[in-house]
Design a protein around this ligand. Structure first.
Ligand code: NAD
Length: 475
């Protein structure tokens, strides 16, 4: 069985206290690897390495940093098959999905920020004849990047890439449920020519090493993606030392279908936005709100499509959905389906575990729930969606805004004015009109309300990972 290691100062090392935890393969339910359960001593070593490396990395020319990051992107592409296989075994997602989305996007993240940093310029304000101000943006120092299990390398690299591009050194922790591709990344960072200590990767539990990274006085900014409950702890901990913090948290996203939509497109894409990656994408539309006049027609066509979804072995190219990430998560999803029934919901499709080794669950569609019940208010983060009729545009907006979350929303309509009107009224950081999960990496990414604070993506991330300093010159 594979025993993975931490990556500190450019070397793979065992955890100082020799503690390991089992990593389970969701597709089989069996132990697949052992991962370090890192402690303060490991963190202290990573901090020492990062401190040493900072003077080299932050002083390196932007062109040189950019070249190293482009090389890293190339190497990820070159290793696509191996990485996708590891990601799929680690997470339970279909191999084809890891190959088509997760790993290519990780490489794109490095490539995007390798280019973005070259094009990033300081702002200047000229008060003619009086003064000139310019804002210098310096790297912060050592930053902590903590990521979840649903899109392992994709989200890990989404944080690391802008932090490194800006000249910071990174101490990163992937989820303990999906450590494999982050583990592999160390080797490629070395091959790409990244100086030792610039990127350090520690494995282990959130409450242990995750919390320690946030608490350590050496980490000056924390970029966190995960659940809202954890985000609250991370935010409160970071606040004690006035650290910069970016929190990308949970969601309960509405998918609003108006009667004037292109129904073929709306049905086809809604199946994807409900069940892609087993519904384990923070941006999945888990509450489908449908205008009353087309409710029956949408329901009929949506259910026909759901029946075609094959759930099975992540390695099988025919599987549209693979396994859920863990046994605990499977229990959580199942408990919500039971709750939905207690709350008066009717299961229209699915609603059961699949009787095979591993953590498989049927794609599940539920109707006849109140908009304010727990099933419609709390994040399930699995293959479960609810169908909810609405009467008017105002109703749709009210239902959409009725949860504590505000991450993303999809709107289906061919009425241009309505598209803008509803977009502006819905409290979500990301709005898709007649599409879903289409991303331009230059745009600000993140949520409103309890879905987080701060925005990632484009120059927002480069600004987050830098310290602005205004210089004023009197003319
Ligand atoms: P989680 O909050 O349990 O864990 C996320 C990461 O935080 C893991 O690496 C974990 O080990 C670590 N962690 C746990 N406790 C910690 C602590 N006290 N201090 C520091 N780190 C700690 O989340 P998860 O179950 O891994 O991921 C699922 C959640 O992530 C869902 O709520 C989902 O919506 C959210 N998510 C949000 C986005 C987004 O961009 N908004 C993207 C993906 C996932």
């Amino acid at each position: 069985m594979q025993k993975i290691q931490n990556f500190i100062n450019g070397e793979y090392v065992d955890p100082a206290e020799g503690q390991y935890i089992d990593n389970i393969e969701p597709g089989t339910g069996k132990v697949f690897a052992q991962i370090p359960n890192s402690t303060q001593e490991d963190l202290d070593q990573a901090v020492e390495a990062a401190k040493e490396a900072f003077s080299v990395w932050s002083a390196m020319s932007v062109d040189k940093r950019s070249k190293i990051m482009h090389k890293l992107a190339d190497l990820i592409e070159k290793n696509l098959d191996d990485y996708a296989l590891m990601e799929s075994r680690d997470n339970g997602k279909p191999l084809w999905l890891a190959k088509a989305v997760d790993i290519p996007r990780a490489s794109t993240n490095f490539r995007f920020y390798a280019s973005a940093i070259v094009n990033f310029s300081s702002e200047a304000q000229v008060s003619e004849g009086f003064m000139v101000n310019y804002t210098r943006r310096a790297p912060i120092g050592i930053v902590g990047c903590i990521s979840p299990w649903n899109l392992p390398l994709y989200l890990f690299s989404w944080k690391i890439a802008p932090a490194l591009a800006m000249g910071n050194c990174v101490i990163a922790k992937p989820s303990e449920l999906t450590p494999m591709t982050a583990f592999l990344l160390g080797k490629l960072a070395n091959e790409a020519g990244m100086p030792p200590g610039v990127l350090n990767i520690l494995h282990g539990e959130g409450k242990g090493i995750g919390q320690a990274i946030v608490e350590h006085e050496a980490t000056k900014a924390i970029s966190f993606t995960g659940g809202t409950t954890t985000g609250k702890i991370v935010g409160a901990t970071a606040a004690q030392q006035f650290k910069k913090v970016s929190l990308e948290l949970g969601g309960k996203n509405p998918n609003i279908i108006f009667a004037d939509c292109d129904l073929d497109e709306a049905v086809k894409t809604s199946v994807k936005s409900s069940f892609t990656n087993q519904g384990e994408i923070c941006l999945c539309g888990s509450r489908i709100l449908i205008e009353e006049s087309i409710y029956d027609e949408f329901k009929k066509r949506f259910l026909e499509e759901c029946k075609k979804i094959i759930v099975g072995d992540p390695m099988d190219a025919k599987s549209i959905m693979g396994a859920l990430v863990s046994s605990d998560h499977l229990d959580k999803v199942d408990s919500y389906v039971k709750l939905a029934q207690e709350e008066g919901g009717t299961i229209l499709h699915g609603g059961k575990r699949i009787d095979k080794e591993g953590f498989y669950y049927e794609p599940t569609v539920i109707e006849a729930l109140d908009a304010n019940c727990r099933t419609n208010q709390e994040e399930i983060f699995g293959p479960v969606v609810t169908l909810n009729p609405f009467k008017t545009e105002e109703d749709a907006i009210n239902i959409a805004n009725s949860t504590r979350y505000g991450l993303s929303c999809t709107i289906w309509t061919t009425d241009l004015k309505r598209a803008h009107r509803v977009s502006h009224a819905v409290q979500s950081g990301i709005i898709w009109v007649n599409c879903w999960l289409v991303r331009d990496l230059r745009t600000p990414f993140g949520g409103m309300k309890d879905s987080g604070i701060g925005r990632e993506g484009g120059n927002d991330a480069l600004r987050f990972f830098s310290e602005p300093q205004n210089v004023c010159i009197k003319l």
